[in-house]
Design a protein around this ligand. Structure first.
Ligand code: CO
Ligand code: CO
Length: 314
């Protein structure tokens, strides 16, 4: 069924759906839920909410209200764990200025928590994961490696510093970079989650007449994650990303193979990947650094030299 008010639907996979209500107001709708990636329930709640709201920020919108989605093994797990998860979640929503308006829970063998989020955006200011232009620079706002560090946590091999850094990053909202980018001519934006930097970058240029060069040496990552990658602590999702997308990616031989694993690493609550004209990108970078988004970096450029492909340069 065609509907003239549907701005982004399932025909063009993007971070969220967008539906126009009036000439100056559209709804953004998105849903995400997850199994635990950290042991502490409060922290898991915080990370989940940061991750669930991120798609709204990536579309250029403002999240307004949310509903909880809960699967809980009530026969085998103490209810206080669920209370702590929800406590962490609601405090993160408050930080984002998002109201919790309801939700639903079911009994399940495996714990899962997430949100259905509704936000708003001006219909003409929707940011898609396509539309990047020749000459754009690409900004990444968070370091890579949370998937590899989560795998190290599960194997009991992650050190406290690595865990603390990854957790802090995952529970950080993408609200501030999203607000800052609104003052610039952003051509495309998405958030880095399960497909990893390269998977989401592939989506950005797939089927278009432009390609991407990624500057491997400029990409921010957690140093511990590179060590864990060397040890083979790589999540299944990261291998799948590499298998699925390696046909679109050319890697210069000077690029460290363990670093390539990080570029494919499946992220939880990763940063925004923002495509905008080079000079504006440099100004936006300075603003981000001034506002404490210190890991943000220009990690690549959009080019006509390799249409539909990604080149990783050393
Ligand atoms: Co997304
Ligand atoms: Co999502």
């Amino acid at each position: 069924m065609k509907d003239a008010n549907l701005i982004v639907g399932i025909d063009h996979p993007d971070d969220a759906g967008v539906y126009k209500l009036t000439d100056d107001l559209a709804l953004i709708l998105t849903l995400d839920f997850f199994t635990p990636i950290v042991d502490d329930p409060y922290t898991f709640g915080q990370i989940t909410v940061a991750n669930s709201l991120s798609d709204v920020y990536a579309m250029g919108g403002t999240p307004l209200v949310a509903m909880n989605i809960i699967c809980f093994p009530e026969k085998t797990m103490d209810i206080s764990i669920l209370q702590e998860i929800l406590h962490g979640g609601v405090e993160k929503m408050q930080e984002a200025g998002v109201l919790l308006v309801g939700g639903h829970s079911v009994e399940d063998d495996e714990l899962k928590y997430g949100l259905s989020v509704t936000g708003t955006v001006h219909p003409k200011k929707v940011l898609r994961n396509s539309g990047a232009q020749d000459g754009d620079s690409l900004i990444l706002t968070k370091p890579l490696g949370t998937g590899i560090i989560s795998t190290a946590i599960k194997a009991d091999l992650a050190n406290e510093t690595a865990i603390a850094k990854a957790v802090t990053s995952m529970k950080t909202l993408n609200k501030k970079p999203a607000e800052l980018m609104m003052n610039f001519r952003v051509n495309s934006c998405t958030d880095i989650t399960g497909f990893g930097l390269l998977g989401h970058a592939c989506e950005m240029i797939e089927g278009s007449d432009v390609g991407i060069e990624i500057y491997a040496s400029e990409v921010p990552f957690f140093t511990e994650a590179l060590e864990y990658a060397k040890m083979g602590l790589i999540p299944g999702g990261t291998y799948r990303n590499e298998e699925f997308r390696s046909g679109m990616v050319d890697i210069e031989h000077s690029v460290n193979t363990d670093l390539v694993k990080l570029l494919f690493d499946a992220q939880t609550s990763g940063g925004l990947l923002i495509s905008l004209p080079q000079q504006e990108a440099e100004t936006l970078m300075c603003e981000m650094h001034a506002f404490g988004i210190v890991e943000a970096a220009i990690v690549g450029r959009i080019t006509r030299e390799n249409p539909g492909r990604i080149v990783i340069s050393g």
